[in-house]
Ligand binder design. Structure first.
Ligand SMILES: [Zn+2]
Length: 357
């Protein structure tokens, strides 16, 4: 297990092995991937434990997918349409047309089975049933003091219950060994999960499972560098080394994550938990987003109001984007939701005001 430690630069560190720790119990994440060698649309997929979220990906049309859930007592719910969300993707992989990479994370409310109807021509379907709420408890040792970096208080991976074994294949190899690059851009996402989320840490564990699982996206880790919940709490995302500094190495380079297919190296990804197609984030979440962007812009000497030509150091893929961009500035996706995206110009001005102060 990785230790959460207090911050580098401004504060002395190194007392993480001391007595200032407490033990917390966090449920293990249970997951069951479906057998997709059969026709997934003619089967009722069942799970042994309650399904809190159903994760799906496929290649094909993003419209016309629907799902219905089966309850433990045999009751079958109504079909409802799926809305696809932030798909992510790795650098250096064979680039697929992002307009055809569909991904959805659907709340299942404790169902025990599901059926699917996917658009004609859907291929490479992957399905996983996830429960990050009711599994057996794991004991996690956490620092008594909240972890801070650059003055930003955040929940370390240990604090939200990241099981670090999930970053490794069964033979012990790390599925995505970290690589670090100077930061050029800061990208904003939404997680396309429900708003008014009563258990955001469980949702973060769910997203981690769906992104890291070998049966699903197989990124080896959660796609984002940071996540922000509706109460304005920051969660450390993608693992970035043993030094306790989230998202970065000691030289200040950012670990490459998986939030923007083909443009990840040197691109920090921040995801707001929720769906912002028709509503704004909470004031608390937005305030935290502005502050975090300002801290990162300052640390990386980025002009929050500028546009740049991003140059992926891995393969020289170039893209003209705002320094503070939305996922859809990079490629075809609804992410970060039309309402949040529409608010980015005002947000950039607020970040710029904080940076120059
Ligand atoms: Zn996104």
């Amino acid at each position: 297990m990785v230790s959460a430690t207090t911050s580098p630069s401004s504060e002395p560190s190194g007392d993480s092995a001391g007595s200032s720790r407490h033990i917390e119990s966090i449920p293990e994440t249970r997951a069951k991937a479906a057998d997709t060698t059969e026709d997934v649309q003619r089967a009722v997929h069942r799970a042994e434990s309650p399904i809190q979220y159903l994760g799906l990906t496929w290649i094909g049309s993003k419209r016309g997918a629907s799902v219905r859930f089966h309850q433990e007592d045999g009751a079958v719910g109504a079909w409802h349409d799926l809305h696809t969300g932030c798909a992510g993707g790795v650098d250096g992989a064979e680039l697929i047309d992002s307009a055809r990479a569909a991904s959805a994370l659907v709340p299942a409310g404790g169902a025990f089975g599901y059926e699917l109807s996917l658009p004609d021509g859907a291929e490479s379907v992957r399905l996983i049933a996830i429960d990050a709420k009711q599994g057996p408890m794991r004991q996690v040792a956490l620092p008594a003091e909240p972890t801070r970096v650059l003055g930003q208080r955040y929940l370390s991976r240990a604090a939200w219950g990241a099981d670090e074994t999930k970053r490794f294949y069964e033979d012990g190899t790390e599925s995505s060994p970290p690589k670090y690059y100077p930061v050029q851009a800061l990208s904003v996402h939404h997680t396309s999960t429900p708003n008014n989320d009563a258990q955001p840490a469980a949702t973060v564990r769910t997203i981690y499972e769906e992104h890291a699982s070998k049966s699903m996206k197989d990124y080896g880790d959660i796609a984002y560098h940071f996540l922000i919940d509706e109460a304005g709490r920051v969660y450390e995302g993608r693992w970035s080394g043993e030094d306790g500094i989230p998202a970065h190495d000691k030289e200040g380079n950012a670990v490459t994550a998986f939030h923007t297919l083909g443009y990840n190296s040197g691109n920090l990804g921040i995801a707001l938990l929720g769906t912002f197609n028709e509503q704004q984030p909470t004031d608390a979440a937005r305030k935290t987003l502005v502050r975090l962007l300002a801290r990162l812009a300052k640390a990386h000497k980025l002009d929050p109001a500028a546009n740049i030509t991003f140059n992926n150091p891995v393969d020289n893929a170039k893209k003209n984007v705002p320094v503070i961009s939305g996922h859809r500035d990079w490629l075809a996706t609804e992410c970060p939701g039309g309402t949040l995206y529409g608010g980015l110009p005002a947000l950039r001005s607020e970040v710029a005001a904080l940076v120059t102060r």
